[in-house]
Write a protein that binds this ligand. Structure first.
Ligand code: UDP
Ligand code: MG
Length: 324
């Protein structure tokens, strides 16, 4: 009997969790040859998510959970899940059923029978998503594939099933700024891509604002590409070249036609342009530096407040009190 761990990052998902559990149980029933472990990661939720997890854990011994001391982000939740997972195979799935559990049997066949190390999913439509968000998401994937070495699939989800080797490889990457979509590609191995149509969230609402997604995409670029740095050096060098030509031009004009005082507006424009470019390049540099700064501090990726063992201990204490 092979064990499959299902990691579920949850942030304010009290409404969706029951639906998720029920749907997952239906799929688990279709895979009688496997045992399951549900590993819910509570990413510092402010609603009753933790209470739902405790409840599920109390009635089902296969349910485990890790609860963070605050919101550390989905990437931290995924990492915590991978660290705590004990299964032979590990799946990552969103709590809102946008990652259809029904695909799991097909993914399992790919990693057990077809020689793949992981089975990943990508959505081929973005139905139900705001058009602006889809537009920028598409541009991001095109840009990322141009400027970085790792291959990113357009529409790739974090939903995937991996074997132990693959999980251990991911865990061996000790970085603080974790951009999983890139890390999955970086570790290599053979991945089968399974496509599906976008499904809308079952309950609750999305946790990603446009601004959060924008910052996330910058994280991805900084983590997996040095192109912006090269680009700013190239622009800088180009501007130097233009300035040299301009100096020669001015000297020649001075010698041939004498002094002149015109040209102030154009001069002001040039100063502003170059000043702006300098700030931009310093900004890019700063972005990389700030990431490096966070990296050298070696802070933990997440801090755990409670796990299922605490729940068991607490239940034991309650039992003792009742007997007294
Ligand atoms: N999530 C999380 N921490 C966060 C934000 C989101 O663990 O800070 C979880 C969330 O509970 C869900 C998954 O990540 O299970 C995907 O989030 P969501 O559905 O809001 O994103 P979308 O599907 O809209 O991109
Ligand atoms: Mg979602």
């Amino acid at each position: 009997m092979k064990k499959i761990t299902v990691i579920v990052p949850c942030y304010n998902e009290e409404q969706a969790l029951h639906y998720f559990y029920e749907e997952m149980e239906r799929v688990a029933a279709q895979m009688p040859e496997n045992t399951f472990e549900y590993l819910f990661v509570d990413d510092g939720s402010r609603d009753g998510t933790l209470a739902v997890m405790r409840e599920l854990c109390a009635k089902d011994a296969r349910v485990r959970y890790v609860s963070f001391s605050r919101n550390f982000g989905k990437e931290a939740a995924i990492y915590a899940g991978l660290t705590h997972a004990t299964g032979d195979y590990v799946a990552i799935m969103d709590a809102d059923l946008q990652d259809p559990p029904l695909l799991l049997p097909e993914m399992y066949r790919a990693v057990t029978g077809e020689g793949y190390d992981s089975a990943a999913t990508r959505r081929v439509t973005r139905k139900g998503e705001p058009p602006i968000r889809s537009f920028f998401a598409r541009r991001f994937y095109t840009l990322m594939n141009k400027i970085s070495d790792v291959e990113l699939m357009d529409g790739a989800r974090d939903y995937r099933l991996m074997n132990r080797k693959y999980v251990d490889a991911l865990l061996s990457l000790q970085e603080y700024n974790r951009f999983s979509k890139g890390l999955f590609g970086w570790v290599g191995f053979r991945t089968k891509w399974i496509e599906f149509e976008n499904v809308e969230r079952i309950a609750g609402e999305t946790k990603w604002s446009f601004w959060k997604l924008f910052k996330y995409s910058l994280d991805g670029i900084v983590a997996f590409s040095s192109t912006p740095l090269y680009l700013s050096s190239i622009i800088g060098a180009g501007m130097c070249g233009v300035a040299m030509l301009a100096i020669v031009f001015i000297i020649v004009r001075q010698l041939l036609f004498g002094g002149s005082a015109y040209g102030w507006p154009s001069m002001a424009c040039i100063v502003i342009l170059i000043g702006g470019l300098q700030l931009l390049c310093i900004g890019i540099l700063g972005l990389y530096l700030s990431k490096a700064y966070l990296e050298v501090k070696h802070r933990p990726v997440y801090i755990v407040k409670e796990t299922e063992t605490d729940a068991v201990e607490r239940a034991g204490e309650d039992e003792c009190k009742r007997e007294e």
